[in-house]
Design a protein. Sequence first.
Length: 629
Amino acid sequence: MNAPTSHNRQLSQRNHLLLLVGIILLGFLLRVFHINTVSLRGDEAFTIIHWMREPFGQTVSTIATIDPQPPLAYLTYRAYSLIIGSNELIVRYLPALINLLGVPALYGIGHRIGGRRLGYVCALVFACAPYAIWHAQDARNYALWLAFSAVALWLALCALERGRWQNWLFYIAAAVVACYLYYLELFVLLCLNLYVFAVYWRSWHVLRRWLLAQVIIVLFLLPWFAQPQLLSGGGYGGTAGRVDPLLWLTWFVPTLFFGVGYSQSTAPYLSPLALIVYTGGAWVLYRRYGRRYVLLFSLLGTVPLFLLGIVSLRLNVFVPRYVLAASIAYMVLFSAFIVGILHSRKRLIRLGGIAVTVLVIVFGFISLWNYYFAPDYAKSPDWRSLAEYLATNASTDDSIINTAADPALSFYLNENRVGTQEFYLPANPNQPTQEITDILDRQLEAGALWVVAQTPLNWANNGVVETHLDGVAQQLRAIEVNGLRVLEYLPFDMSQENRSALTSFEGVADLVDAYIWREPDNSLTVWLDWLPTAQTATPLKDFVHLIGSINPETGTPLWSQDDQFPQRGRISTADWQTGELYRDVFSIPLNNVLNGEYQVVVGWYDPVTGERVTTNDSDHFVIGTVELE
């Protein structure tokens, strides 16, 4: 009789392991899928530059108050760089792999609360959670913290319910690691303390062990957490927004449930669904597994959000990722909701619960799909392509003005060995206008200025760079490189050395030089240098036309064009200075131009009469031929 029972147990244990390994494998695949499709964002680039490529001691002494993180975060990435490397293509694998610890940890939490079925569902929810996956593909410490916070919570439940000294040691170690990975694990510790004192206040032997564990944890944390430079704040003000209580419901809760695959305007519509699951899961916990777990996960799901709001009264840190560990509560509550629906005997409740569950799964899938594939939800602009473009076009005498003050561009410029000097302007929201314009004027004397990216709209000095340069310099190009703005400026004054003319337009000007190049936004930039030979009776326009075979839309050889008064109306042929060089720049869109060979022609005409100026017995001059493919 015993043999079949033993065999069944072995079979059950093997199936259990296979199922758990399968869930972990699913979590792994979701975390490595498209892991390097998108460029590093600024914080990730900062991680590589300062956490991984600088000595640990230097990072701790210089970065700990600028980018305030506990030392284990720095040390983990530094060790990874020394053992594996710091190439951008491998750095995201560190958080992706460590975050997988959360899968068995969530199984352990669910199993501790309600057995294997709840454990499996908890593990599966963590493996597929969009917000956890987003951070698992992010080279920061949030995914590491989430995993160890889950491990610490599981071990805390084991220690409280089993009471063995090994369980307490494991819990203490995990809690210390979680705190040394991210400061706001302290919020989770507070939730656990509130839970323990509310549930075990009559069990003195449990409270005594719990208090001893907390004292040991505090002793381990004191050497770092009690440093004067950290307690005084070190000047860090945060990079997010200030507290807005409405956003707890319209942004935080939907994000913790569904991730960032929705815009902030869409997220509020998901709040009711999230709240239904939250309250439904709490009800299932209360009815099936005991009110103490309702208290635990209610605390964990709300108290960190409230405490972050208090901190955000002083610092700009009101953003969901800073309470990422609270998502553990949402995962457990959603899992309990699913299990409760499966066990419900009331047909109406079961059908309604299944409908809600399907909606959550569908919206979670859409969020992941948007994250993986939709460019509007990419975590970072295409800094790689921008750096490659600047590496090809910017010279060492030029200056790159990074208006976003984003270190991701700095990282990729360095990776592409771009020797052009880079400036963060504005460097911060409070940088004075005069300081910005002084740097621009000084660098403009040395060479071209490449103004790239976009200053955050909520910065007080947003637009200062562009407004100043539009008044003192000539814009050579204004394009986009895979969605990132690129403006190039040169001084209006040009070198007046003698150069032979390509052609002469009678009674107007000599064409001294002409340059044509194709831009990544599917346009042609045409640069013309004019040497006036006379002033005209009326202001003339110069033009650049793209000529080819007959265009069926117009019935003429004209496919695209750009006509303008010289320098976009800044100067006039009626009063310009003869013998002085002027630069004119044109942009020729190619969106509606078919593949083939085209001529680029230039000339002058009177905009009132339409009469063209002649050159070499023609009313235009061919400056080049382009082949469009």
